[in-house]
Write a new protein. Structure first.
Length: 236
């Protein structure tokens, strides 16, 4: 794993956006894997700024997001669909038909997972996947457990993730309890992975993921087995 320590969040965001830009310069029809959460917001701002300056073109790109809450409509401001549109897609020239998130309102969650996985395959797989990491080591919504889920799946969020996500809701009992997420195998199939980790509070989990044993108790630790991962953090 290549570990880069940025001076601060601004530098981390600039570096991450530069990686996305380099990917698009090299392959304008890249398949990009995107994440939600606080960490990539600065990266998305930089990508928007690059697009507005006329140095970045998303018109041939395809995107797949890692995950979406289940049972939450796209019109809900807490849906990941809304997050991605507000923080990125509404401001760049992505074709709407090239934007993919799992459908959190699909009546059959399992069938939706199979369809999402198939759509990623049909697009040729993810060229560059942006990841964040949960306080408990999750990537996507693959929570600590007994095994690494292979494919896109319908998961139950852990109490720790529900606690972390409750900052966006008036009360904890409004936080969705299940989600559809790319599996660990789906993520590991990406050609390149960029793991963004911001804030000293994540230093402990970063060290477990990057230097500790590979275990499904720390889902991000599996990334040690991927041949092209860059970990970009903003702490020593
Ligand atoms: C989001 C996702 C999550 C987040 C993680 C970190 O699509 O898949 O794994 O990347 O929970 O979230 P933040 O960046 O808010 O700390």
């Amino acid at each position: 794993m290549n570990i880069i320590r940025a001076k601060n969040y601004e530098e981390l965001s600039r570096m991450a956006a530069t990686s996305v830009a380099a990917q698009l310069y090299e392959k304008p029809d890249s398949v990009l894997g995107f994440a939600t959460g606080s960490t990539p917001i600065g990266t998305y701002k930089e990508l928007i700024a690059d697009y507005k300056r006329g140095v970045l073109d998303f018109s041939r790109a395809t995107t797949f997001n890692l995950d979406e809450y289940y049972g939450v409509p796209v019109t809900d401001e807490n849906s990941y669909y809304a997050f991605m549109h507000t923080n990125l897609f509404d401001h760049i020239n992505m074709r709407s038909e090239a934007i993919h998130l799992p459908d959190g309102m699909a009546p059959d969650a399992e069938a939706q997972c199979v369809a999402y996985e198939a759509a990623i395959q049909a697009a040729g797989g993810v060229d560059l996947q942006i990841l964040g990491i949960g306080n408990n080591g999750h990537i996507g919504f693959n929570e600590p457990g007994e095994f690494f889920p292979a494919k896109t799946n319908h998961i139950k969020l852990t109490d720790s993730t529900i606690d972390a996500n409750s900052r966006f809701y008036a009360s904890r009992d409004q936080v969705p309890t299940t989600a559809l997420t790319m599996g660990i195998g789906t993520i590991m199939a990406a050609k390149k992975i960029l793991l963004l980790i911001s804030g000293a509070a994540k230093k402990g989990i970063m060290e477990q993921a990057v230097f500790g044993p590979v275990t499904p108790q720390v889902p991000a630790s599996i990334l040690q087995f991927h041949g092209n991962v860059t970990v970009l953090c903003d702490f020593e």
